[in-house]
Write a protein that binds this ligand. Structure first.
Ligand code: KG4
Ligand code: ZN
Length: 374
């Protein structure tokens, strides 16, 4: 089969700390999606350690690809093309996927397709919307919000049809930390374990989000830019001004050292004052993400918003977007939680459209740590 709308694409993703492979048919039917998370390896460092990530990708890539092929019920020879994440991401991590993808394409005599990881996040939303028979009407504004990125794009083109080719225009992005990075750093200060997003998401529900007011980030220049380092520092100053919160930070640190990192254990070791701090931090981040995305949507005349990336799994972010878009008669799309975080189904789905447009890479393909989408 070639140049066919029903193409079988093997996707490979290794840009950060997830080794992933997936088989996707026709750009949206996920036959398999295998994700080997390295979170247990990076946890004790409170963030991704690039050298360890590369080494782990090397160890996992072959079994992960084999599992994706097995779960799809096909053989490697059945795939029509191999789509691999070229960037952006950690260079050593990217190189593992790119090199393996090139070798596989060469050995199998299959076309090789390069995918921008951020375009993958856009397709994570589109592929599920297509499966649900509810493809968003383009143009849209897409917020990609994860541990590595917080960026707004204007996405145009046609969401349907075999020759779909999307165009991207960058509207703004974080000038310092990504939103997920702020979650992880605040979780580290508060001794809530790694990654910080999921536990802060749950604990925030028990706090008063209006208890502490963090000022909105003041920025000159592009109004669609974000900044999250200020709020992270504000949390640090709040902790310094409130030394009575330190004993519980220490108690949680000890619980983490014993390997006790469940929501129940860490929640029981968190006072109402800490829960208020967590809820107020989350409120400030969510308000900033939602208000800037809405402003960009309004300014560009779009009626639809896509939200993707690890932080898109956040309950408060979803609820706030749902409520605010409904009030304005706009529409918002999220991926399922499984496709919010890094995966290879989104890489295969994005690769499908490059494949049917006839794009091909050769063995000179290289990974690019700072590959821009637009
Ligand atoms: O997309 P992803 O898996 O990897 C990157 O490309 O970074 O995103 C991981 C990030 C982490 O910073 C994690 O704390 C955050 O997403 N995250 C969340 C939630 N689940 C994951 N942040 C807030 N709320 C969540 N429920
Ligand atoms: Zn990502």
């Amino acid at each position: 089969m070639s140049l066919n709308a029903q193409s079988l694409i093997l996707g490979i993703e290794s840009s950060c700390d997830e080794t992933a492979a997936a088989v996707v048919e026709g750009g949206h039917k996920v036959l398999s999606s295998v994700v080997a998370s390295q979170v247990d390896i990076h946890r004790k460092y409170g963030g991704v350690v690039p050298e360890l990530a590369s080494r782990e990708h090397l160890r996992r890539i072959v079994p992960v690809v084999r599992e994706a092929i097995d779960q799809a019920g096909i053989s490697l020879n059945d795939v029509d093309a191999i789509a691999v994440t070229r960037g952006p991401g950690l260079i050593g991590a990217l190189l593992v996927g790119v090199t393996y993808g090139k070798a596989l394409a060469l050995a199998l005599k299959k076309p090789l397709i390069a995918v921008n990881h951020l375009e993958g996040h856009v397709h994570a939303v589109l592929l599920e919307a297509r499966v649900a028979g509810d493809a968003p009407k383009l143009p849209v504004v897409c917020l990609i919000v994860s541990g590595g990125h917080t960026v707004l794009y204007h996405v145009s083109g046609a969401a349907e049809g075999p020759q779909t080719r999307l165009s991207y225009r960058r509207l703004g992005g974080s000038r310092d930390d990504a939103a997920g990075e702020a979650y992880d750093k605040v979780a580290r200060m508060l001794a809530l374990g790694y990654p910080g997003g999921p536990i802060i998401d749950r604990l925030a529900g028990a706090g008063n989000a209006r208890a502490i007011r963090f000022g909105e980030p003041k920025m000159k220049g592009n109004p669609h830019d974000f900044s999250f380092s200020g709020i992270k520092t504000a949390v640090l100053y709040h902790l310094r001004r409130n030394p009575q919160l330190q004993p519980e930070v220490e108690a949680r640190r000890q619980a983490l050292a014993r390997g006790e990192r469940s929501f129940e254990v860490l929640g029981a070791l968190s006072s109402p004052a800490t829960l208020d701090l967590i809820a107020s931090f989350q409120r400030a981040v969510v308000d900033d993400l939602v208000s800037k995305t809405l402003a960009a949507t309004e300014q560009s005349g779009c009626r639809t918003i896509l939200v993707s990336g690890g932080v898109a799994a956040n309950g408060e972010l979803r609820r706030t977007f749902e409520a605010e878009t409904q009030r304005r008669g706009l529409k918002v799309y999220f991926p399922s939680r499984a496709l919010s975080t890094d995966n290879a189904a989104m890489i295969a789905a994005a690769g499908h459209f490059h494949f049917i447009c006839g794009e091909r890479e050769d063995s000179t393909l290289n990974a690019e740590a700072n590959l821009p989408l637009a």
